[in-house]
Design a protein around this ligand. Sequence first.
Ligand SMILES: Cc1cc2nc3c(=O)[nH]c(=O)nc-3n(C[C@H](O)[C@H](O)[C@H](O)COP(=O)(O)OP(=O)(O)OC[C@H]3O[C@@H](n4cnc5c(N)ncnc54)[C@H](O)[C@@H]3O)c2cc1C
Length: 211
Amino acid sequence: MSDPINDQLTSGSHYSYWNESSALLEYKTLQSNLITDVLIVGGGIAGVTTAYCLAKSGRKVVLLEDGCLGSGETGRTTAQITYALDDRYYDLIKIFGEEKARLAAESHKHAIQWIKSAVVTEGIDCNYKDAEGFLFLDPTDKSENLEKELEATQKLGLPTQVISEIPGLPLKPNKQAIRFPDQGQFHILNTSQGMQILSSVWGRNIYQHTC
Ligand SMILES: Cc1cc2nc3c(=O)[nH]c(=O)nc-3n(C[C@H](O)[C@H](O)[C@H](O)COP(=O)(O)OP(=O)(O)OC[C@H]3O[C@@H](n4cnc5c(N)ncnc54)[C@H](O)[C@@H]3O)c2cc1C
């Protein structure tokens, strides 16, 4: 027999660690028209963070979610807060130029500090930890791509380093990796819930299920 709440925990086929290790918050269904400054559709990390920032700045915010908080991609993430991008910085430089690639690098670095500061300032209980990230090559990738990425990150002012050992993950002989220091990790659903609760506590955020 299906359980209407647990069926909405995730849009995927399986529950993630995050689903299984966080308390479920339940919200009211939207029953009537509301007047608000801003309507946010979607309670993933993007929607919840936007609600948090707007509520903090004094706006009335309504956030609508058609599943549960974090039931989309957010509830299935690795939750490494990183400025090591899936798209390579050397590609960003090639496509957008150095100045815009630098903006991308700086904004990702700034976001890590912003999240850490929000978590600490607000006392959000989400196991935030400083972490480091590592980029190493898939066996099908070429070593020159790692060299190009190291050069690009350093050109953009990122404090990356080349290393020949990754803690807990042996590299093949003569293989190298790039270390990205000053990153973070946290319990994504506890962080999202913390930001949402704060938005509500400030009396400006109404959080509803549409279903
Ligand atoms: C396996 C995996 C690992 C990842 N690892 C990392 C990582 O380590 N670091 C990192 O930075 N990123 C990582 N990502 C990416 C990251 O998780 C996503 O970029 C991020 O969670 C996207 O958040 P979002 O709020 O934009 O979207 P979502 O989390 O998908 O939120 C969208 C929300 O909108 C709701 N919604 C959709 N349509 C409607 C509607 N019509 N009405 C109401 N609600 C609606 C959905 O139910 C959902 O909750 C990873 C992703 C995956 C899949």
